[in-house]
Design a protein around this ligand. Structure first.
Ligand code: 13P
Ligand code: SF4
Length: 331
């Protein structure tokens, strides 16, 4: 596909926005794909829901909604579109299907997994329920529909503490992220029984690395995601969901900031906050990065990679997700 005058005219306003994070030479490759996807969306009454970790050409070029996991779930339910292309990972596409079962949900790469979702199965949850009878199960949204179906309620990084406390009990099973479980435990008196999952992106950050960056940049504000190890969270100034971090930057406009999370977040937030200097630690999520413009175009054109969930699982999993949505968000 070529960057002709028509495509240039249609995509130039987007490039004006992202020119500080996407080199012009790369844009020549992205622009025709962006133009074609945006035309096809109109033709097919489709929307693109994208996670905050998607690359800037997806986030700023074709996303109708770009957000954290909780907002993606809520927006999936609200849409009038016939097709939702979920630019994110498999559990996010499954959650969209749970929230809006009559829609066609497409995931551009069916291999887009998540180390947390892969750390636990429905059988593991049944085993824990046998071990701790009558203790409610709070499950992070980064899990399969099968695991959600075994759970009482879901949560995301934007409402984990609120969800735990909404149950009015003194003990919960909290799955599957051991670091997020530790973080929640620092914020509540409810006893947390955890699992052994970790995120392969966030577990790689170290407090030592942050200390060094702070030493070289004394004025820096450090924001962490709750999937980070406890000592990393302890060395930061704010901890929140991906949208929580983004809103923090927008509201506080720190002169220098470091987002201790996936790489593309900094690029995406930088576009909207040109006066903030970003120190970018670069840990890529290989799963998020399987989603590319050529794959998005291909799956929307052919309507392939549709997410389907057996009714016996979706009925129970939907209850856990909807119960979480009713609790709302903390930030
Ligand atoms: P958020 O819910 O904060 O967007 O995080 C999702 C995720 O996968 C973080 O690694
Ligand atoms: Fe999963 Fe971590 Fe990737 Fe988020 S960043 S999708 S938790 S592997």
């Amino acid at each position: 596909m070529e960057l002709n005058t028509e495509i240039k005219k249609a995509t130039d306003p987007i490039y004006q926005k992202v020119s500080n994070v996407i080199p012009e030479i790369e844009w020549a490759f992205h622009a025709p794909l962006i133009h074609k996807i945006n035309m096809l969306k109109k033709e097919k009454n489709a929307v693109v829901l994208a996670h905050n970790y998607q690359t800037p050409e997806i986030f700023h070029g074709i996303a109708d909604i770009a957000a954290d996991s909780l907002a993606l779930a809520v927006e999936a339910k609200k849409t009038d579109a016939d097709i939702i292309v979920l630019c994110g990972v498999h559990f996010m596409a499954e959650t969209a299907k749970l929230m809006n079962p009559s829609k066609k949900i497409l995931l551009p790469d069916m291999g887009a997994g998540c180390s947390l979702a892969e750390s636990i199965t429905g059988k593991d949850v049944r085993m824990l329920k046998e071990k701790y009878p009558s203790v409610p199960v709070v499950t992070y949204i980064n899990t399969s529909a099968e695991v959600k179906a075994e759970s009482d309620i879901c949560c995301t990084s934007a409402n984990a503490v609120k969800v735990v406390e909404s149950l009015g009990v003194d003990k919960v099973i909290f799955l599957p992220d051991q670091y997020m479980a530790k973080y929640v435990q620092t914020k509540t008196k409810v006893q947390i029984i955890s699992w052994i999952g970790t995120c392969i992106v966030h577990e790689r950050f170290s407090a030592h690395e942050i200390k060094d960056i702070k030493k070289q940049n004394p004025e820096i504000v450090v924001l962490t995601h709750p999937e980070c190890p406890p000592e990393v969270i302890a060395s930061s100034d704010f901890t929140g969901s991906t949208s929580g971090m983004s809103q923090y930057v927008k509201k506080n406009q720190p002169s220098k900031v470091m987002l201790v999370t996936e790489c593309s977040m900094s690029d995406n937030v930088q576009v909207e906050n040109p006066n903030v200097q970003f120190i970018k630690p670069c840990n890529l999520c290989p799963h998020m990065k399987t989603i590319t413009l050529p794959k998005i175009l291909d799956c929307l054109e052919k309507e392939t990679n549709e997410i389907l969930i057996p009714e016996i699982i979706s009925r129970k999993a939907r209850k856990a997700v909807e119960r979480m949505v009713a609790v709302g968000r903390s930030h």
